[in-house]
Design a protein around this ligand. Sequence first.
Ligand SMILES: Cc1ncc(C[n+]2csc(CCOP(=O)(O)OP(=O)(O)O)c2C)c(N)n1
Ligand SMILES: [Mg+2]
Length: 340
Amino acid sequence: MKSLIERPPVEGPDLRTIQTSSTSAPAASRVAQRPSSAPHRPLGLSDRSATDLYYAMLVSRLLSKQCLGLATQGAFDVAIPSDGHEAAQAASIWALRPRDKVFLFYRSLAAAYARGMTARELMLDHFRRADSPSSGGRNLPGHWAKRALALMTISGSVATQIPHAVGVALASKLRGEDDVTIVYFGDGAVSKGDFHEGVSYAAIHKLPVVVFCENNGLAITVPFRSQSPVPSVAARASGYGIPAEAVDGADALAVYAATCAALERARRGQGPTLVEARVARLGQHTNQVADSRPAEELAAERAPELQARAAAEVTDAVEFARAAAEPAPGTVLTEVVSNQ
Ligand SMILES: Cc1ncc(C[n+]2csc(CCOP(=O)(O)OP(=O)(O)O)c2C)c(N)n1
Ligand SMILES: [Mg+2]
């Protein structure tokens, strides 16, 4: 099936115009301070491309939910929800060129879809069917690979894709190609030696690689604070002498801008950048591991107060307007026909 998705311009945005920080305006001045209705345009994203990015995030959320439901019913054995990670994954993929090399990890469903794997292909993988492009039904579902998309095959062993990606970046450099490799992983992967070895080597040799951490604050059940001596993954970059970009992983445009900046640095020969996208893991770890977080903590991730407040504002507006007075018949000409 022909792809419905338009890719962004190959050259990326004009980085001089990018503003990634956002401020929340007080309610009274919301209208006056409402951000531009097209904040994607200064980043070089067309309206069509921004809409397609949102569409990719939507499809990914539906696929993720569908897969968890199917696995729970026993239709297949493994589902790894990407709920909450969509913006970080899809928007960073959006910044890539077709020839750039991509190492995903098992939670990368949205990234795989955004890169160009079809919903059908992702489902073939989950059902372990012979036509699955990833492994013909042999590897664990969620280990996406497709040569035509430069999606490199990965292992389920946490963090092993990082040194592999660094090796591919070395190959690009030795061949004199201007491809960049991007490698995705979670906060738990930062505790592995593979992270240190890969990032250290890439930094020393100024390899064209973007090291992209989706920090959801959990490694299955282990909280980030229990496995990191520093408060962020980005803080580790200084130990390797490389720059870091820390972004709100729910802000697709901020992620896009940060990834573009990292890619540009890599293409200029300035070596790796560590991107940390802070995300919320809205779903459970996998279908096989129940969520041990207290209900209140889970609920907090889903911002129920905001949702309830927004719903209340809308309900109130409907009721208020329904009950409000219609114009009195005698005033029909007021402000329509001049009294002069
Ligand atoms: C080397 C290794 N150790 C342990 C595991 C078991 N394991 C699978 S996923 C996971 C958690 C990884 O957490 P993180 O990197 O933060 O990614 P997330 O699942 O949160 O997206 C672990 C420990 C594994 N797959 N590989
Ligand atoms: Mg994690």
